[in-house]
Design a binder for this molecule. Structure first.
Ligand code: NAP
Length: 287
């Protein structure tokens, strides 16, 4: 596996990270639980050390699975989860109030079966809590040792510029792939300038760049029905390969890692092999 450091003072992580969204099952119709749990074990065996999840992925299911399967290797991995999305039986909303973050982190620790989180990320900014207040709460958790590093997701460069005034942000997570190169305009240059790690999410455009089967007529809930490629009908025209997709994302200057949902063990093995072929140096390959 290939490893890079997140930001200037962050943890070293595998460039291929395990994305836990599909592991939560909801919205991913072809996930089979036994295989999905095995895919986590295989990822660890193959040297993947970054595991990215969120309370909202399957409303706790993704975090629980990661907590169960990786409990015995907890200290060898970089566990990343998030805060900011709240839900009840009927509604989903954003909140980053101090009270909500403190409640959320406790629930995540329980589900993840751990007493600390390596990378705690704001999932989405709620547009109402002041950035200063959010930073204060996260720094309080960091001082207590509950979280080791702080990251943000889906922040614009201007929002990130505010956040870095009040806390050390080791990573920004944003959508970045062959079909969505926008971060190259502002976000990637900003991250390089401030030495913030960049974690690319949806590097395979939810599977569209990997030729993953997709049935538009299926009645099942499928997150890809909300994807712009589906809405514009362009998904049928996409021609790419996993190799091209990883070369594009991980070969871009300033990208630290990507996180990929992979609930099939053979996808994990294939992705690891591609990343090693593309990015391991000749010396590393022969040793
Ligand atoms: N911070 C945020 O707001 C945010 C938003 C979106 C995503 N994320 C993170 O990013 C991660 C990845 O994003 P994503 O799930 O949207 O999309 P993605 O990783 O680009 O695509 C996932 C899909 O690709 C398939 N796949 C993986 N490897 C493959 C291979 N070698 N061949 C064929 N298909 C393959 C997976 O199938 P199988 O499952 O069947 O293996 C899955 O259906 C998420 O899990 C989450 O951790 C974060």
């Amino acid at each position: 596996m290939v490893y890079r450091q997140l930001g200037k003072g962050g943890p070293v992580v595998s460039v291929l990270g395990y994305g836990g969204w599909a592991l939560g099952e909801e919205g991913w119709p072809d996930v089979e639980r036994g295989e999905a749990l095995r895919s986590l074990e295989v990822a660890f065996e193959c040297g993947v050390t970054l595991y990215d999840t969120a309370p909202f992925y399957g409303k706790g299911i993704s975090e629980k699975h990661i907590g169960e399967v990786l409990a015995s290797v907890r200290r060898e991995i970089v566990l990343a989860t998030k805060c900011g999305i709240q839900w009840d039986e009927r509604h989903v909303w954003l909140s980053l109030s101090r009270e909500d973050i403190l409640r959320e982190v406790e629930a995540s620790l329980r589900r993840l079966r751990t007493d600390y989180i390596d990378l705690y990320q704001v999932h989405w900014y709620d547009q109402k809590t002041s950035v200063w207040e959010v930073c204060e709460t996260l720094r309080e958790l960091q001082r207590q040792g509950v979280i080791r590093y702080i990251g943000v997701c889906n922040f614009s460069a201007s929002l990130l510029a505010k956040a870095v005034q009040w806390m050390e942000v080791v990573s920004l997570q944003a959508e970045y792939n062959l079909l969505h190169p926008e971060p190259e305009k502002e976000l990637l240059p900003f991250c390089q300038r401030y030495q913030i790690g960049f974690i690319a999410y949806s590097p395979l455009a939810q599977g569209f760049l990997a030729g993953r089967p997709f049935d538009p007529l299926s009645q099942q809930k499928d997150v890809r029905k909300h994807h712009p490629l589906f809405k514009t009908g362009k998904w049928r025209e996409v021609q790419s390969s996993v190799e091209e997709a990883f070369r594009f994302v991980l070969g871009q200057k300033g990208v630290s890692a990507c996180v990929v949902s992979m609930t099939k063990p053979h996808h994990v093995r294939q992705n690891v092999a591609i990343v090693e072929k593309l990015f391991l140096s000749r010396e590393e390959k022969s040793s």
